[in-house]
Design a protein around this ligand. Structure first.
Ligand code: SAH
Ligand code: SF4
Ligand code: F3S
Length: 453
């Protein structure tokens, strides 16, 4: 087997590497991966590959996979296994695996599933056209998973059809090493884009009709531009120096969320949405310590109370892990109480899943699967009961909804500044506009309403 693991070569933008071949990318994971898929399609299109809508039409299939939980590698193997018939029909078909699973598993993927022709890592996306052309032009497998430790993080946002709302990467990687998390191993060390590049990107997207951007990073609060600007400075700059109508960001880390950022959010509410996603993971300080999160239950509560004071009408969501090693019933109850008492409108909760390379996977006091499962159900139940009551306050209120799409029956879909999905009857000329919608039915994450004239 011929295996390359060379440093990333430069991109041959515009070269006819693709020769019109169809490319299909299947995507799992967080917004980072979704954004990376967009970048892959854009780069491949520039090299004359043609994006297609189904794997059946493709000469090139890429699985951009996530490894945050569960058995992601098995998911990849079973998806690739399903392409066996397509390969029999089309012997020219090439199959590759990227994303966090590519970075994590490297050559193991090819050893275990011979249908896979190439593997690439999270830092090798820009060399994808060259890498793929190597795959098409020769026998042998190609592997490229080197991290670009020395290179600065200079990547302009590449999206084919940005639509109304789009993501802009501001930082990559993570240096926090929470003991449960694989991201520091799959995305490498933390690096920030220069503030001027982010601002330029947002201005360009505005010219292309974009109304809302979500600034993306694994931990946006540790953003650190080469000119010394921090995340609060960046947010303020995007709000004051661009024509973008709405700004969101994700994800924040509680230990780094500072008062300066709260004031920037409060002072620029005309543009910056009053919504914060602030994962707490566990409501028990002992577990938080073992998670290496860098805050206690009390500190988290204090921070939320401070945010509620400074940012008017603040709306909160969070991520939670249940069944982390050593979590007792009492510790779990601390999590339930935090999830309900702090009034999160939405929670994203998961059963702890041991990940390769991570410290917590070695802890000897793992919680049994059925216990984790049962706790997760109890947490959702308790939270849902509270959230149903909480969102009643939106009933009959008129919210500003940015319209994203409309279907043939005239059902419009958009988001309010609170990050609620709102459905109402409208017309296609409303796409991209912010309109007042009176809420007639409010559920925890979806609202129905009527357009106000
Ligand atoms: N950078 C973000 C989280 C990114 S991962 C942060 O620090 O908040 C998204 C979520 O997946 C995490 O917030 C966590 O709740 C969950 N997660 C990460 N690793 C996990 C694991 N091993 N098992 C279960 N859930 C996990
Ligand atoms: Fe993972 Fe923690 Fe980094 Fe978030 S902050 S990506 S949970 S290591
Ligand atoms: Fe998954 Fe990687 Fe994102 S592990 S959650 S795709 S950073």
């Amino acid at each position: 087997m011929q295996i390359h693991d060379s440093p990333t070569p430069s991109v041959f933008k515009g070269a006819d590497l693709g020769q019109g071949r169809g490319v299909y990318i299947s995507t799992y994971g967080c917004q980072m991966n979704v954004n990376d898929t967009e970048r892959m399609y854009s780069l491949l299109e520039m090299s004359n590959f043609a994006p297609v809508k189904t794997p059946e039409e493709a000469d090139l299939i890429i699985v951009n996979a996530c490894s945050i939980r569960e058995k992601p590698v098995h998911k990849v193997y079973s998806e690739v296994g399903r392409y066996k018939k397509l390969r029999e029909k089309n012997p020219r078909l090439k199959i590759g695996v990227g994303g966090c699973v590519g970075q994590q598993e490297k050559e193991n993927l090819i050893k275990n599933q011979p249908l896979i022709d190439f593997v690439f890592g999270t830092d090798n996306i820009d060399s994808l056209p060259n890498l793929v052309s190597q795959v098409f032009s020769g026998p042998g497998k190609v592997i490229q998973t080197k991290f670009e430790h020395r290179a600065p993080y200079h990547v302009e946002t590449l999206v084919r059809n940005p639509g109304v709302s789009t993501f802009v990467n501001i930082a990559k990687g993570c240096d926090n090493f929470c003991t449960f998390c694989i991201v520091p191993y799959t995305r490498g060390r933390e690096k920030s884009r220069p503030m001027s590049h982010v601002v330029m990107d947002v201005r360009n997207l505005v010219k292309r009709g974009v109304k809302e951007v979500t600034l993306l990073g694994q931990n946006v609060n540790s953003y650190n531009s080469e000119d010394g600007a921090d995340f609060a400075d960046l947010l303020k700059k995007v709000a004051t120096d661009t024509e973008i109508e709405r700004i969101r960001y994700t994800t924040s880390h509680p230990k780094d969320f500072n008062e300066k950022l709260m004031h920037v959010m409060a002072d620029h509410q005309d543009k910056i949405c009053e919504y914060v996603h602030l994962p707490f993971q566990s409501g028990n300080s002992e577990i938080l310590k073992r998670m290496n999160r860098g805050y206690t239950r009390e500190l988290y509560i204090e921070k939320i109370n401070q945010m509620k004071k400074i940012i008017p009408n603040l709306v909160l969501s969070t991520d939670i892990i249940v069944g982390f090693p050593g979590e007792t019933e009492d510790a779990f109850q601390d999590t339930v109480s935090l999830a309900t008492e702090l009034e999160f409108e939405t929670i994203f909760a998961f059963m702890y899943s041991p990940r390769p390379f991570t410290k917590a996977a070695q802890f000897t006091d793992q919680v049994e699967e059925p216990v984790k499962n049962e706790r997760l159900n109890r947490l959702f139940e308790a939270h849902e009961k509270m959230a149903f009551e909480l969102v009643k306050k939106y009933q009959d209120r008129t919210l500003n909804v940015l319209v994203e799409s409309i279907n043939e029956q005239g059902k419009a879909q958009g988001r309010s500044t609170q990050n609620k999905l709102v459905y109402f009857m409208g017309s296609s000329d409303l796409i991209g506009k912010t309109v007042p919608v009176r809420i007639t039915q409010a559920f925890p994450s979806v609202f129905r309403g009527e357009l106000q004239q």
